[in-house]
Design a protein. Structure first.
Length: 264
């Protein structure tokens, strides 16, 4: 059965391994991620993860059968630099992804050394805590062209009929300079409202997303758009499907409006 695709707001740093107020600030996000597996038509045979935290000159595919960990955050407790998400890789899926990208006329590359970054493992821990679903990570492409990432999604669309769950992991608002001082509240509300209007209907959605920088408060919400580009991939892979909001809260980390979306 055809799998949906998702754009997931992935939260801050290694939050699934934290306690106290910081962990509690992620309670709604955690519940939304935990609900994903039961919402699928069947268990995926593998996951293709596009994380905001990997950019490369070409769309680069993780090929290791046993990916390691990449602790791409700072200032957290020592134990968060020892956590492990031991999901296996899937070299055969990696080669399938490369072939689809190249068939679409897009540049592809392989990386046998790259580990899971926190955009990947912090979304996967609540969803599949047993780490029993193979995972392949795929990079963004430097230059961060929205139309190119929509095209990447279109190229990957056949995977949905092959039991592969395509996950774009970023954040609907990502401006750290505004996030913790109250100044992000108004722009996060404005940009989220645009997302809620722009995404549900498939007609014209690609054009709206390609022109995302013209949306209200767009460059306040995303001074740099790497956390929005995984949305383009998820939307491109489900171009003809309606979208719905799968997570929404208006008080993330004390005032940011944040959302995730399901396509199909």
């Amino acid at each position: 059965m055809k799998q949906p695709t998702f754009f997931l707001s992935h939260g801050g740093g290694p939050w699934p391994w934290m306690d106290g107020d910081f962990r509690q600030a992620h309670a709604r996000l955690e519940a939304s991620l935990q609900a994903v597996p039961a919402s699928l038509p069947e268990a995926p045979r593998a996951i293709l993860m596009i994380s905001a935290h990997w950019e490369a000159p070409a769309f680069t595919v993780q090929t290791s059968p046993r990916p390691g960990m990449l602790y791409d955050y700072g200032g957290f407790p020592p134990h968060t630099y020892e956590v492990v998400y031991p999901a296996p890789g899937d070299p055969a899926l990696a080669e399938r992804v490369v072939a689809l990208i190249e068939a679409a006329g897009l540049p592809a590359a392989r990386d046998s050394q790259r580990g899971f970054d926190h955009g990947a493992f912090c979304t996967l821990v609540p969803m599949y805590p047993d780490a029993n679903i193979p995972v392949v990570q795929l990079s963004l492409r430097q230059g961060l062209d929205p139309a190119e990432h929509l095209a990447l999604g279109r190229a990957l669309a056949p995977l949905r009929d092959e039991g592969v769950l395509i996950l774009g992991s970023g954040f609907s608002f990502h401006n750290l300079g505004l996030m913790f001082n109250g100044r992000g509240q108004a722009p996060s509300v404005a940009f989220d409202a645009w997302l809620q209007g722009a995404l549900p209907a498939p007609e014209g959605r690609a054009e709206r997303l390609s022109a995302w920088a013209q949306a209200p408060a767009a460059r306040q919400a995303h001074a740099r758009e790497e956390h929005l580009l995984p949305l383009m991939v998820a939307a491109g892979a489900a171009e003809g499907d309606a979208a719905s909001c799968s997570y929404h809260e208006a008080n993330y980390l004390g005032g940011i409006t944040a959302s995730s979306f399901r396509f199909g």
